[in-house]
Write a new protein. Structure first.
Length: 239
């Protein structure tokens, strides 16, 4: 009888210990998950509420990938690389197909200056030994922040002004969208009115035309003389 009671007590103690261990593991996993999610932001946050239309759809889709692990050649939530991320964001948000490779994406885009970056534009980096070769791409969110798939940390948000990214910056590009066509149409409608207002009267042009014709031969002769002098100087140095 005493032995059976002891066995029951031992079984009860083992059950209580196992339950506490399982609950402890479960809580630690959820806490780790929350902690990891905040780490993907890198101390940065981006709020797309002020955005509209295509810009908003691009950013909202990009943020759903935050925390996705890095996987070379991947392009889904189980794992993605940098160009897989940008390709999928544009396809899922706007239905646009862009090339798979980061170097090909750079050629596909319309080149823009870094200071002209707007939401949805792509940032290209040369992170390898060859600083002329594109090897990484990220998607610009706005406010100096961009989202990309880091090989070490997965999909994160970073600042374009961080030293690593400024030192490895290659170029920037804009992916053509439907909204661009609408903007161009509105500009073309305004263009005739602006040219009418800004176009000068034809009379001054007719009066000044003969003067320009008179000075043209002189300028051509001077240019030729300067070029010949330069050629002779180069030739003496080469000799």
């Amino acid at each position: 009888m005493r032995k059976s009671v002891r066995y029951l007590n031992i079984i009860m103690i083992m059950l209580i210990a196992a339950t506490s261990m399982l609950s402890g593991c479960k809580s630690s996993k959820s806490a780790t998950k929350r902690k990891d999610k905040s780490e993907y932001l890198g101390g940065l946050t981006f709020n797309p509420e002020h955005l509209k239309g295509e810009d908003k759809r691009i950013v909202e889709e990009a943020l759903t990938w935050l925390g996705t692990p890095y996987r070379y050649g991947g392009s889904d939530y189980s794992g993605t690389d940098c160009s897989g991320l940008t390709m999928k964001v544009y396809f899922k948000a706007l239905g646009l197909s862009i090339p798979r490779n980061s170097a090909q994406q750079q050629k596909f885009c319309k080149a823009i200056k870094k200071g002209a970056l707007t939401t949805g534009d792509l940032l290209f980096f040369a992170t390898g030994k060859d600083k002329k070769k594109v090897s990484h791409v990220g998607l610009y969110l706005g406010d100096g922040q961009f989202i990309h798939a880091s090989a070490s940390r997965g999909v994160i948000i970073s600042n374009v002004n961080e030293r690593y990214y400024t030192s490895n910056y290659h170029s920037s590009g804009h992916v053509s969208r439907k909204s661009d066509k609408n903007r161009n149409k509105s500009k073309s409608r305004q263009a005739p009115e602006e040219t009418k207002k800004s176009s000068p009267s034809p009379s001054p042009v007719r009066q000044e035309a003969p003067k320009r014709l008179e000075t043209e031969p002189i300028s051509i002769e001077l240019d030729e003389a300067i070029e010949s002098k330069i050629d002779s100087i180069y030739s003496t140095f080469l000799e």
